[in-house]
Design a protein around this ligand. Structure first.
Ligand code: 7TS
Length: 406
C-alpha cells in the first residue's frame, strides 16, 4: 500500500476542522483507526458478543476463539515464545504498574536499586517511585547526553550488582530517541537485574522482537498502533510470570475458590482478573493484521522519510528550536521563540492542524530540557509530505500572528 492508499483507510482523516482539511499530527498521543479495525469491532458487537472462557454456547465459543486468536497475533507480532507470555491489560500504564507491584514488591527490598532515565514518561517513573518508597529501595537515573541519547558507559556506571530492575522506554515520546535496549538488557542481566521496556512508542512503529532484545518485560498500548483504547499488552518471560502473584484478584483469573484459600488459573489468565477486554483484544488483533499487511519495514520507511523531511523543513524556520537527537523516530518536538507552545497549538488548530502542546507526561524531562512545555508533531503511516508542508505554513502563520519577522 502506498501512503495515499493507506490514508484512505482512515475515514476520520477525511474531514475539515475549522474550515481547513484536517492534518492530524498527534499520533504519539493516540493513533487514528483504519476502517478494518472499526469494522471488526462493529462485526464483533453485531454478531459474536459474549463473555469468554465460560459458557458452552456458540457465541461464547466464537468470542473466546477471537479473543485467544488475538493473543496469538500479538505473540507473533512481538515474537514471544508462547501465548502464555502475552497478557492483556488496559495499556502501557497498567502493564508497568502490574510489573512494579507484582514483580517489584516480591523481588525488591531495602538496599536494592531500581534504574530508570530522566526521559521516561510518567507511567514509567511513578510506579518505580512508589515501589522505592514502599520497599526502601533506591531509585537511580542514568544521565542523558546533551542530545537526549543514552551513552552505554553511563549505563555501565549506573547499574550495579544491587540493581534489581532496569526500566527504560524503547522510544522517547518527546525526543524521538531510540534507546539501545538490547545492549542495556545485556548490562542489566550481567548485574542480575531484570529489563523492563516501555514500548508504547516503539511497538506501533518498528520491528519489536522481545526474544532478540532479550528483555524480561515489554509493555505497549493498542490505541497508539491503530487499535482501540482500553487494551494493551504486558509481555513477560514465562519463568518470571510463573513466579509472580497476580495484581488483581476475582472473576476469570481463578481456578478454585474456597472460603479461606483460592488458587489461580495458569498463565496468561492468572493476570486477567474480571471479564477480559474482549472487544479490545479483537480490535488489537485487527490492528496487527493491518500493520502486518503494510509491513514493518514499510512503516519504518514511510515514517523515516516523513521525519527527515519535517526536520529539514522545520530546521529552516527561524526561531524554531527542535529538541532531541538527529537520528530519531517519527516525531519532532519544538518550541518557537517567545511563543508559548499552547499558543502554537491553538493557532495551528485554527488551521486544521492537530499537534500536542504541554509537558507530554514527562515533567522530569521538561526540567532537564529547561522548558515548562513544548509543542510536538508526531507522524504515522497515514501522514504525507503535504501534511508537513501544511505544518510549515501553519508555523509561518503562527509566527506572523505573534509578530515575528519571517
Ligand atoms: N509510555 C510512553 C513512552 C508513552 O508515550 C505513553 C503515552 C505511555 C507510556 C502511556 O501510555 P497509556 O496508553 O498507558 O496511556 N504517551 C502519550 C503522549 O506522548 N501523549 O499522550 C500520551
Amino acid at each position: 500500500m502506498i501512503s495515499k492508499e493507506i490514508r484512505k483507510q482512515f475515514p476520520i482523516l477525511d474531514q475539515e476542522v475549522n474550515g481547513k482539511p484536517l492534518v492530524y499530527l498527534d499520533s504519539a498521543a493516540t493513533s487514528q483507526k483504519p476502517i478494518s479495525v472499526i469494522e471488526t469491532l462493529d462485526h464483533y458487537y453485531k454478531n459474536d458478543n459474549s463473555n469468554v472462557h465460560r459458557g458452552v454456547h456458540t457465541l461464547g465459543t466464537r468470542a473466546t476463539d477471537s479473543y485467544e486468536g488475538a493473543r496469538e497475533k500479538v505473540r507473533h507480532f512481538i515474537n514471544a515464545s508462547s501465548m502464555e507470555e502475552v497478557i492483556f491489560l488496559r495499556g502501557t500504564t497498567t502493564a508497568i504498574n502490574t510489573i512494579a507491584s507484582s514483580y517489584g514488591r516480591a523481588n525488591v527490598g531495602e538496599d536494592d536499586e531500581i534504574v530508570i532515565t530522566p526521559m521516561e514518561h510518567h507511567s514509567n517513573i511513578i510506579p518505580w517511585q512508589q515501589l522505592a518508597k514502599q520497599t526502601g529501595a533506591k531509585l537511580k537515573y542514568i544521565p542523558l547526553q546533551e542530545d537526549g541519547t543514552i551513552d552505554l558507559s553511563d549505563v555501565e556506571n549506573t547499574i550495579t550488582e544491587h540493581t534489581k530492575i532496569v526500566s527504560i522506554m524503547h522510544v522517547s515520546n518527546v525526543l524521538g530517541t531510540i534507546n539501545p535496549i538490547k545492549e542495556i538488557a545485556k548490562i542489566a542481566h550481567k548485574n542480575g537485574a531484570v529489563m523492563v521496556v516501555d514500548g508504547a512508542q516503539a511497538a506501533p512503529h518498528m520491528h519489536v522482537d522481545v526474544r532478540d532484545l532479550d528483555c524480561d518485560f515489554y509493555a505497549f498500548s493498542a490505541h497508539k498502533m491503530c487499535g482501540p483504547t482500553g487494551i494493551g499488552v504486558m509481555y513477560g518471560k514465562k519463568k518470571l510470570l510463573e513466579n509472580m502473584e497476580p495484581a488483581e484478584f476475582g472473576g476469570e483469573m481463578i481456578d478454585f475458590v474456597g472460603l479461606y484459600e483460592s488458587t489461580w488459573k495458569d498463565l496468561p489468565w492468572k493476570f486477567e482478573g474480571g471479564t477480559p477486554i474482549i472487544a479490545g483484544a479483537i480490535g488489537l488483533g485487527a490492528a496487527i493484521d493491518f500493520l502486518e499487511q503494510i509491513g514493518r519495514d514499510e512503516i519504518e520507511k514511510i515514517e523515516h522519510e516523513l521525519v527527515e523531511y519535517a526536520m529539514e523543513r522545520m530546521s529552516a524556520v527561524e526561531g524554531l528550536k527542535i529538541f532531541g537527537p538527529e537520528k530519531r523516530a517519527g516525531l519532532v518536538t519544538f518550541n518557537i521563540d517567545d511563543v508559548h507552545p499552547h499558543d502554537v497549538a491553538t493557532v495551528l488548530d485554527a488551521e486544521g492542524i492537530a499537534v500536542r502542546a504541554g509537558h507530554h507526561c514527562a515533567q522530569p524531562l521538561m526540567k532537564w530540557l529547561d522548558v515548562t512545555a513544548t509543542a510536538r508533531a508526531s507522524f504515522y503511516i497515514y501522514n504525507t509530505k503535504e501534511d508537513v508542508d501544511a505544518l510549515i505554513d501553519g508555523l509561518k502563520t503562527t509566527k506572523e500572528y505573534f509578530g515575528h519577522v519571517f
